[in-house]
Design a protein around this ligand. Structure first.
Ligand SMILES: [Zn+2]
Ligand SMILES: [Zn+2]
Length: 207
């Protein structure tokens, strides 16, 4: 989701801190149809990795086959190994980026060299995605019970993570595809996910 490119002093400072702190990695096997994901996150930010892992391993399988089918054409075209770099937010304010072949970072290049596999790379801005709310939950026709409210909020965050994840994966699979189309599809995917889950909770969602 590239909107613009700019240099931002706070962003540079954040990058410096991340470099000093170092990064940690964890491997996620999300399912047969998805690539293996090496999640790389700044040391001390394990919650970022846990959020993406939960979205891929718990929330994604709960979606109906029809919703998951939306990205069926992309999956076979993806590299078998994917590096997902997680940050809180991006200096450019984008929710995520895909990295064109040849522009991957050291980790992806090394994994590619060591395994002989094709390795793709994306980055995701976890805190920014958590705040991204194109369809506010206030659109819910019925008020969820407090217990459901937390569950719905967690689901909403995971659905948003999945939407940005698949958005960047679609760019990786079809680099020539226009941003407008890719964005419309990921927003539709997000809306369909929310609608489904609201129905599971017995709520109707006004999208
Ligand atoms: Zn995009
Ligand atoms: Zn950007």
């Amino acid at each position: 989701m590239r909107r613009h490119v700019s240099i931002h002093p706070r962003g540079i400072l954040r990058q410096l801190v991340e470099r000093i702190r170092g990064w940690e990695q964890t491997l996620v096997r999300a399912g047969e149809d998805l690539p293996l994901v090496v999640i790389s996150y700044p040391r001390g930010r394990r919650v970022y990795a846990e959020a993406l892992e939960a979205a891929l391993c718990q929330t994604y399988p709960r979606l109906s086959a029809a919703t998951r089918q939306e990205y069926a054409a992309e999956l076979p075209r993806l590299p078998s190994l994917l590096v997902a770099l997680l940050r809180g937010r991006n200096a450019c304010t984008c929710l995520g980026h895909y990295h064109r072949p040849g522009s991957e970072g050291r980790l992806a290049r090394r994994l590619g060299a060591d395994t002989g596999l094709r390795v793709g790379e994306i980055d995701l801005a976890i805190d920014a995605i958590r705040r991204w709310e194109p369809f506010p939950l206030a659109a819910l026709a019925a008020r969820p019970a407090p217990a459901d409210r937390q569950e719905l909020e967690d689901f909403r965050f995971h659905a948003a993570l999945l939407a940005v994840f698949f958005h960047e994966l679609e760019h990786l699979a079809f680099p020539e595809r226009a941003e407008g189309l890719v964005r419309r599809r990921s927003t539709d995917f997000y809306a369909a996910s929310l609608r489904e889950f609201s129905q599971q909770l017995g709520l109707s969602y006004g999208i």
